[in-house]
Design a protein around this ligand. Structure first.
Ligand SMILES: [Zn+2]
Length: 143
């Protein structure tokens, strides 16, 4: 896959016309560019509001459809915190999400170098992990 991880604020028109077997329509490129542009884990509604700057006629339903297509083709990741709207993350590398309860900001948290899940979880023998979703909440210290 073309690595989108390190592209900062791409223009929708610079994104490929196909990604992971998904035809990238104008709307899908717009939505993806928004998610890659400001990596603050926006909700569908946030994406919708931002998309309206360039595409005033885009509907919330279209945004939802685009997000669903991007998620099912593993181009972006859907992040769920209990009872809250889903959020979207363009970081496809293994990572967890930490939500600062005070600001509501969601941070990407990576594993310490060399640490594997098997090192700190009592998994049944032979377990193969295919999907990682760890969401943490708390406060960030001031030090
Ligand atoms: Zn993330």
């Amino acid at each position: 896959m073309i690595s989108l991880q390190h592209i900062k604020s791409p223009k929708p028109e610079d994104l490929p016309s196909e990604l992971e077997g998904l035809r990238m329509t104008k709307q899908r490129r717009e939505v993806l560019a928004i998610i890659l542009g400001e990596r603050d884990h926006p909700t569908a509604n946030d994406v919708y509001v931002r998309a309206q700057n360039r595409m005033p006629t885009i509907s919330l339903a279209t945004v939802y459809n685009c997000l669903e297509a991007l998620v099912s083709h593993h181009i972006v990741r859907q992040v769920n915190f209990e009872r809250e709207s889903s959020r979207y993350c363009p970081n496809l590398e293994d990572h967890c999400h930490f939500q600062d309860e005070e600001s509501g900001i969601i941070h990407d948290v990576i594993f310490k170098k060399g640490v594997k899940l098997e090192d700190f979880l009592e998994l049944p023998q032979g377990t193969e992990i295919n999907h990682l979703e760890i969401s943490l909440k708390g406060r960030i210290g001031s030090e």
